[in-house]
Design a protein around this ligand. Structure first.
Ligand SMILES: O=C(O)CCC(=O)C(=O)O
Ligand SMILES: [Fe+2]
Length: 322
């Protein structure tokens, strides 16, 4: 990690940060020595920063291309897919102004006019069997969403393998919690509208930590993502053909704060901006308590054990109070 432009002392607003990278295909085909080396970098990076870049993965940018097509449809057409919050198994569209995203507090306010729209797909098991019918998806997504779900589930498993190795835990420690039909994965496609030449910098998505396990974040080549490290905000510049990996709050709880769940937010920018996020969550009845890893157990557990379901309930309450 480097603060790229720090030396010149002239980052015009925030400095950008250079994110450590892991070559996933090298992990898959690597010797056990190479795997260990990658796990070591993963461990160090999640301990110090909580953010890593993945390259050479099985995920392509096809989904983002299709998201651009879908979001450019007339609002009337998109509204046919309106998200029904009581039927979360059915994928759906959240229009502009539906709810203010991520107004979680923090020093900076989110834009007063909600400037994001999204398409949500909740999914569960790791099989090719989907928990929704393909017909409920807009045509643009018929091929790409099932494929993305399947491939991202595979990638999350590999991330879990790296995490097991990094914490010197038994094989399958992480992934075995994500296998029942009760696991809570979701795909969120988002379009952020550009700023309207305002003087004042605003946020499109307020500062927050993700709630659950690991998050895969794919952007198009547009800036906007900002992360907080040791109290200071940095820009994360986009990089083609890569994904970012973040840990949610359960990663912090599982590791007793040895690994970091990074605080992040999205600034409004001058271009349209798209992102595809996969949030991975263990089975709802999994009890999250400190894992038996050496660095996790150096101090007494900072958290009481909690089930994923209880944790989610507490989070929903917390956002309601903002
Ligand atoms: O769109 C992005 O780049 C990040 C959005 C985000 O952090 C989230 O949806 O949790
Ligand atoms: Fe997030």
């Amino acid at each position: 990690f480097d603060n790229e432009d720090n030396n010149q002392g002239q980052c015009d607003n925030l400095c950008s940060i250079d994110v450590n990278e892991i070559d996933v295909s090298k992990f898959i085909s690597g010797t056990s020595e190479e795997k260990k080396e990658i796990a070591l970098l993963f461990d160090k990076t999640f301990h110090e920063y909580g953010l890593i870049r993945l390259i050479n993965t099985n995920l392509t940018s096809k989904l983002i291309d299709k998201a651009k097509e879908f979001f450019s449809l007339d609002s009337e057409i998109k509204m046919k897919y309106y998200l029904n919050r009581t039927h979360l198994d059915t994928p759906g569209y959240k229009p502009l102004g539906f709810e203010s995203v991520g107004n979680y507090g923090g020093e900076k306010q989110t834009s007063s006019v909600d400037s994001t729209e999204a398409f949500f797909t909740y999914f569960k098991s790791q099989s090719k069997q989907l928990n929704f019918s393909i017909d409920t998806l807009p045509e643009e997504f018929h091929n790409v969403i099932p494929e993305y779900i399947f491939q991202s589930r595979k990638l999350i498993s590999i991330v879990h393998n790296i995490a097991d190795l990094a914490l010197e835990l038994d094989e399958n420690t992480f992934d075995r919690n994500y296998t029942s039909d009760n696991a809570s994965f979701s795909l969120r496609l988002t379009r952020y509208l550009p700023t309207k030449d305002q003087e004042e910098e605003e946020l499109a998505f307020g500062e927050h930590q993700d709630y659950l396990g690991f998050t895969l974040l794919q952007n198009d080549n547009v800036p906007g993502l900002e992360v907080n490290m040791n109290g200071k905000w940095f820009r994360v510049d986009p990089k083609a053909n890569s994904l970012l990996l973040l840990g949610g709050q359960l990663i912090e709880r599982w590791t007793n704060n040895y690994w970091i769940s990074i605080l992040h937010r999205v600034a409004t920018v001058k271009q349209l901006r798209y992102s595809a996020l996969i949030f991975s969550g263990p089975d709802l009845n999994t009890l999250i308590e400190t894992l038996p890893c050496k660095n996790c157990t150096l101090t007494k557990s900072k958290y009481a054990p909690v089930t994923v379901q209880e944790h989610l309930k507490q989070k929903e309450m917390a956002t309601l109070h903002h």
